[in-house]
Design a protein around this ligand. Structure first.
Ligand SMILES: Nc1ncnc2c1ncn2[C@@H]1O[C@H](COP(=O)(O)OP(=O)(O)O)[C@@H](O)[C@H]1O
Ligand SMILES: [Mg+2]
Length: 257
């Protein structure tokens, strides 16, 4: 299953959804390839505190596809990810087409290919949508985000792709569009609601996906619920896990400070 995570506007939470879903799927034993397909503004590697200077998609492209397996990065969670470098600045059709031609042979090796896509209906959106089986929209509960996500919904439909549903992120329940109205605007089912959770900022700063760093946080629970919906079975964080380790680390840090 190849899922394109897309949105109408940037900064709505696509990449964190793509990362955390990938980590949950990998922890459940699925083989996952997470593709940074936001070629104009790649961020996956930076969320892992890695700067992709070598073993990137564009480097392999320059070599004419040689050493394809070298571009697979392996995260401690078990997720495999591939990324362009920051040197990739010419995003003409030929380059985008060639990038997908290069990575395509990898896809059959995985249970899930998750594309972390660009915002809006950009040139790269076309390629991401075309290579996916279904689109997962992400939006925040405000009109600019919702209506531009609707536009991506129309774009996917025009390309003949199914829209799996939408995820509403950064929900506070105050001074914002309700979940019910958001669903009406998006013209697709809302399959998950992620609260605004300050714990995300900390996890981002530490370079660890929140479902690993703080599995019992509100955001992690929401990511797990979305993963359960997509897998069609209930998946839950293992109790104890890294929350405990985080607590012990915090106590040790405090005692040493
Ligand atoms: N549920 C949330 N609660 C709090 N902050 C969030 C949440 N989701 C995302 N963020 C913040 O928004 C930023 C952008 O998220 P990101 O996933 O990179 O968005 P996109 O990929 O759509 O541009 C993150 O770095 C994080 O600081
Ligand atoms: Mg992103």
């Amino acid at each position: 299953m190849k899922i394109a995570v897309l949105s109408g506007k940037g900064g709505v939470g696509k990449t964190l959804l793509a990362i955390n879903l990938s980590v949950i799927f990998a922890k459940e034993g699925y083989k996952v390839l997470l593709v940074d397909a936001n070629f104009s503004a790649p961020t996956i590697a930076t969320y892992f505190k890695t700067i992709p200077n070598s073993n990137t998609m564009d480097e392999v492209l320059q070599r004419g596809g040689e050493g394809l397996e070298n571009m697979i990065w392996i995260h401690p969670s078990g997720v495999h990810f591939i990324t362009p470098s920051f040197n990739l600045v010419s995003l003409d059709d030929e380059t985008l087409q060639n990038l997908f031609t290069i990575m395509e042979p990898l896809f059959p090796n995985y249970d899930f290919v998750i594309f972390d896509g660009p915002a809006g209906v950009e040139k790269d959106t076309h390629y991401v949508v075309h290579h996916s089986d279904g689109v997962l929209l992400v939006a925040n509960p405000n009109y600019p985000s919702l209506y531009n996500a609707l536009k991506v919904n129309y774009f996917a439909q025009a390309a003949g792709k199914s829209v799996i549903g939408a995820v509403l992120n950064m929900v506070t329940g105050k001074d914002e569009v309700s979940v019910q109205e958001a669903q009406q605007i998006l013209e697709t089912q809302i399959i998950g609601v992620i609260p605004f959770d300050p714990a995300i900022k900390k996890a981002v700063n530490e370079g660890v996906p929140i479902v690993m760093q703080s599995p019992s946080s509100k955001a992690s629970k929401a990511y797990y619920e979305i993963a359960s919906t997509l897998l069609g079975k209930e998946v839950k964080p293992k109790e104890g896990g890294s929350d405990w380790q985080a607590w012990i680390k915090r106590i040790i840090d405090f005692l040493l400070s």
